[in-house]
Write a protein that binds this ligand. Structure first.
Ligand SMILES: *[C@@H]1O[C@H](CO)[C@@H](O)[C@H](O)[C@H]1NC(C)=O
Ligand SMILES: *[C@@H]1O[C@H](CO)[C@@H](O)[C@H](O)[C@H]1NC(C)=O
Ligand SMILES: *[C@@H]1O[C@H](CO)[C@@H](O)[C@H](O)[C@H]1NC(C)=O
Ligand SMILES: *[C@@H]1O[C@H](CO)[C@@H](O)[C@H](O)[C@H]1NC(C)=O
Length: 321
């Protein structure tokens, strides 16, 4: 067993440290497995023999709270333990693994297939649940708000596509959603937009918004929690560029899998394993990407729909002709 590198965030309270120690199994019989490293705050860890990178990514921490991530090198897996009890509407951290593929970055129009997979579990406390187990009641009792998501970045400029801070477009795929976590552009008066795509047996609904940096964020939200996910998701990308919502010349640069942590009254542990990405580069097949819905189909269409409807219709006509 490899040595444990415990590097808590300097701002961690004693209680938080205790939770981390419990999470990594130094005390008691509470652990499900042995981890090779634990990092907290904004620290990352890279598996030495394959360069797979993990990050606790507490990019928006609150004084009251912490984020740690424990990583197992082989087979790769992680458990992310956190607590954020103030500012419930904000994302505080995104513990994640970076997924890599030889073909990246690649133009969106040069993605023949993109298979993403992962399995995960979530529940209150510091003890990771077995794969695919979600303690729904426990999370509800703690008022937990979080998602489980693949996060991708794209830009017309290849270099910018490789940097979360500079990429003009972010594309998320939410395969889990708890509490009050909602995608950017979500409107409580219109729980469902009329942009949907079905992948396998999951229906995804599209939302669009802007983050605080002005990045254009497109979020596909699964209509049910997918604790085991394996899907060829290129139709979700094609929907965006074939309909002119994202430039077809955009390059997909970064892909990660993790959980955005908003809020919980107690400690939460999200764990993940069997995450993978398989990219087949080459001209995108012309898929049936779904029609842009008519404005009338939506009771309260978001503003951006009006402004881009004409451009989109023109694009569709061009594609059809
Ligand atoms: C890991 O990254 C280092 C530094 O970039 C590189 O030298 C090494 O070949 C990489 N190893 C693997 C397995 O990719
Ligand atoms: C939702 O509807 C309510 C009542 O009609 C209205 O007051 C509120 O402003 C609406 N919210 C949004 C975001 O449109
Ligand atoms: C996932 O599970 C939570 C907790 O049971 C539930 O509130 C939520 O609606 C589910 N999410 C989706 C997208 O079905
Ligand atoms: C598209 O993919 C093919 C097949 O891998 C590759 O040969 C080509 O260089 C790619 N084109 C671009 C512009 O990346």
């Amino acid at each position: 067993m490899a040595a444990l590198a415990l590097q808590p965030h300097p701002r961690l309270s004693l209680l938080a440290r205790l939770a981390v120690l419990l999470a990594v199994g130094l005390w008691g019989q509470t652990t499900a497995g042995a981890y090779d490293a634990t990092v907290c705050g904004q620290m990352g860890y890279t598996i030495p023999f394959n360069n797979m990178t993990f990050n606790a990514d507490a990019w928006n921490p609150d004084v009251k709270g912490f984020q740690c991530i424990s990583v197992q090198d082989s087979p790769p897996a992680f458990a992310a333990t956190w607590s954020w009890s103030s500012n419930p509407e904000m994302v505080h951290s995104y513990p994640h693994v970076k997924l890599t593929a030889p073909g990246l970055p690649t133009p969106l129009s040069n993605i023949s297939a993109l298979v993403l997979s992962a399995q995960w579990s979530m529940g209150p406390g510091s003890k990771p649940r077995p794969a695919r187990v979600v303690d729904h009641d426990g999370l509800t009792n703690d008022g937990t708000s979080a998602n489980v998501a693949f996060d991708m970045f794209a830009d017309r400029d290849v270099a910018k596509a490789l940097n979360e801070q500079t990429a003009e477009t972010e594309i998320m795929i939410w395969v889990g959603k708890f509490g009050h976590a909602e995608p950017l552009g979500f409107d409580a008066n219109m729980t469902k937009t009329c942009f949907t795509q079905t992948i396998g047996d999951a229906e995804f609904v599209l939302y669009q918004g802007h983050n605080e940096r002005g990045t254009d964020v497109f979020t596909w939200v699964a209509s049910a929690n997918q604790t085991t996910f394996t899907a060829e998701i290129s139709p979700l990308l094609q929907y965006l560029w074939r309909n002119g919502l994202v430039s077809a010349k955009s390059h997909l640069g970064l892909v990660s899998f993790g959980s955005e942590a908003y809020h919980s009254e107690g400690t939460v542990t999200f764990s993940a394993s069997e995450f993978d990405m398989d990219l087949v580069a080459g001209a995108a097949p012309k898929l049936a990407v779904g029609h842009l819905c008519s404005l009338a189909a939506s009771t309260n269409p978001p503003q951006w729909l009006f402004s881009s409807a004409i451009i989109m219709s023109a694009t569709l006509l061009y594609l059809i002709s």
